[in-house]
Design a protein around this ligand. Structure first.
Ligand SMILES: O=C(O)CCC(=O)C(=O)O
Ligand SMILES: [Fe+2]
Length: 324
């Protein structure tokens, strides 16, 4: 394919829709080939996305001192991630050029699931942007529906029992990163985000019109997804690649912001519940050989290894580092 198709997902919301089977096939082809697709027909209005973008900008406009008071900690990977904090786990030592704000599936302090897995809990909400919680959680719940629709289509496309994937996302470890990439000078080395694969099941992004997201083709070229106004870019992460026994592809991508403008994005990372063990649901393709991933362990290791002084262990699941 070597290109990223745009697919109208309207038919996927109704199995009886005359375009359902064709749309499932188009989604499957994109996910099995380049691992990325642009989608339209989500029913999420451009106003909703614009409100979200404005809110994300307001969060990054908060004073530096106040940001540090709300920074992530080793115990709680929620809140601000300072610019240059994240260094890839590949040993290169070159920090990514973004600042972030980390959010996880919102769970009340007294929710029973907290006794099952200590990683669940409430988010840190910045008091300086009082509308943040309702704007972000409103947007999040709409993306939950889009993810559910896409997972339903993949169940059909892979020939899995209905709900086999979707049921893994009750009380999920789904998370979101708010990202601000300052512009990079034209000849400045390094990346907004270094080339990586996503380790989640499925990622959904409302692309910033300033551009900067690049996806690697099978030939090793880097291409920019075309996405219609109001559309979203979706990609397969390592967990769906694993569930599908290698049929769906988790593809390297990166961000380079040479637009001369501030770039903002807010990817939604769909991740199953803490006790789900992701392992092939179909006989793996002959070349595909990867160990199962326990989602709670995976999440704990993601939190831990993002600290610059922590490194992956033999038992750490693959965390998006590219193997040559
Ligand atoms: O900001 C973007 O467009 C992509 C971010 C990304 O790839 C990630 O956070 O995993
Ligand atoms: Fe990514």
């Amino acid at each position: 394919m070597g290109r990223i198709p745009t697919i109208d997902i309207t038919p996927l919301r109704d199995k009886g829709h005359p375009g359902y089977d064709l749309t499932v096939r188009q989604v499957m082809d994109a996910c099995a080939d380049i691992g990325f697709l642009s989608i339209s027909g989500t029913e999420i209005s451009p106003d909703t996305v614009q409100r979200m973008r404005t809110c994300v900008q307001a969060i990054f406009d908060i004073d530096e001192d106040a940001k540090w008071e709300q920074a992530i900690t080793r115990e709680n990977y929620r809140g601000f991630i300072p610019l240059g904090f994240f260094t890839p786990n590949d040993g290169s030592g070159t920090a990514d050029k973004y600042e972030g704000y980390k959010l996880h599936y919102e769970v009340a302090n007294d929710a029973p699931i907290r006794s099952e897995c200590a990683l669940y809990g409430p988010n840190v909400w910045p008091p300086q942007v009082p509308e943040a919680q309702s704007v972000i959680l409103g947007y999040w719940s709409q993306l939950d529906l889009v993810a559910d629709t896409l997972l339903g289509a993949l169940e059909t496309g892979l020939g899995l029992p209905a709900r086999q994937l979707r049921d893994a996302f009750r009380d999920p470890m789904t998370n979101m990163t708010l990202l601000h990439y300052p512009p990079q000078a034209p000849h400045e080395d390094g990346y907004g985000i270094h080339p990586h694969k996503d380790t989640d099941a499925l990622t959904i992004i409302a692309p910033d019109p300033v551009g900067g997201l690049e996806v690697q083709t099978r030939d090793g070229d880097w291409i920019t997804p075309d996405c219609p106004p109001g559309g979203f870019v979706v990609n397969i992460g390592d967990m769906l690649e694993l569930w599908s026994g290698g049929r769906l592809k988790s593809t390297p991508h990166r961000v380079v912001n040479r637009s001369g403008r501030e770039r903002y994005s807010f990817p939604y990372f769909a991740v199953p519940r803490h006790d789900v063990i992701v392992a092939p649901l179909l006989t793996p393709l002959p070349w595909f050989d990867r160990p199962p991933v326990h989602c709670g362990h995976w999440s704990a290791e993601t939190w831990r290894t993002n600290w610059p002084d922590e490194t992956a262990k033999d038992t750490t699941p693959e965390l998006g580092t590219l193997r040559d």
